[in-house]
Design a protein around this ligand. Structure first.
Ligand SMILES: [Zn+2]
Ligand SMILES: [Zn+2]
Length: 247
């Protein structure tokens, strides 16, 4: 019999030996990943990730194309404020981040989930989860859920194990074609009346955080937020892993 310390030392030693023979490989390029890296992303690919950084619109999170100046309200939020208070994303939808989002959602490659959860845990994103009473993953229509086999937004919300997550508060009541390839107006029309607050009592007076994988024009989360506010939510915010650079 080994003492606990010896057993733990042997386990650590075995893991190191395994690491030596079976180094972790980068999910994006197959290169070797440093032992100290939190997730399976090599230094080069880590360097290719574009983080969402100021200047952005403090309301809708728009990334200003001119990379100078302070955060400021964008023209749209000034004239037509969205039904949510803030929308934030961890990374720009380009390079490794775009690969992660699409391979996970459409390729069902679950290895990307811990990477994206790790991105969501950056302070400017985690702050929104800490501030919320309730996390609501953007729901899929049952038909799409059956076809895909999982709701990517629900799995991503697992980045915050302490948070309360509700899958039942919001329903997708209309099966809509994917938003890909539609212009902003078509996107708005496509999701119009697609959601319903199934359990208003769950969201009343609550600070709700909508969670999704990607923010493109914001049409989907705007519609969700509108429904939740109408059901009595005190505040709605939006958190996505990635965001397209310019709408
Ligand atoms: Zn790599
Ligand atoms: Zn804005």
């Amino acid at each position: 019999m080994f003492s606990n310390t010896a057993a733990s030392w042997i386990k650590q030693f075995s893991l190191r030996v395994l690491d030596f023979f079976l180094p972790r490989l980068c999910l994006f390029c197959g290169g070797v990943v440093a032992e100290s890296a939190a997730v399976a992303v090599c230094a080069d690919c880590e360097g290719a990730i574009e983080w969402v950084e100021s200047p952005v619109c403090p309301c809708c999170g728009l990334i200003f194309p001119v990379r100078e100046g302070e955060d400021r309200l964008c023209g749209t939020c000034r004239t037509e404020p969205p039904p949510f208070a803030r929308a934030r994303a961890a990374v720009v939808y380009e390079g490794p981040a775009a690969k992660a989002v699409t391979r996970f959602k459409f390729g069902r490659q679950m290895a990307y989930l811990p990477v994206m959860q790790h991105w969501l845990q950056t302070p400017r994103c985690a702050e929104l989860a800490a501030d919320a009473d309730l996390l609501i993953p953007v729901p899929l229509h049952p038909k799409r859920l059956r076809r895909r086999g999982f709701n990517q937004a629900l799995l991503l919300a697992g980045a915050f194990p302490e948070a309360q997550v509700s899958l039942e508060a919001l329903d997708r009541v209309r099966h809509t074609p994917p938003q890909v390839g539609l212009n902003p107006k078509e996107r708005r029309d496509n999701v119009h009346k697609a959601f319903a607050a199934a359990r208003p009592e769950e969201v009343q007076e609550k600070k709700v955080l909508l969670v999704d994988d990607l923010y493109t024009t914001g049409a989907t989360v705007r519609e969700c937020a509108r429904v939740l506010r109408r059901a009595g939510a005190a505040q709605v915010e939006v958190l996505t892993v990635a965001r397209v650079k310019h709408e």
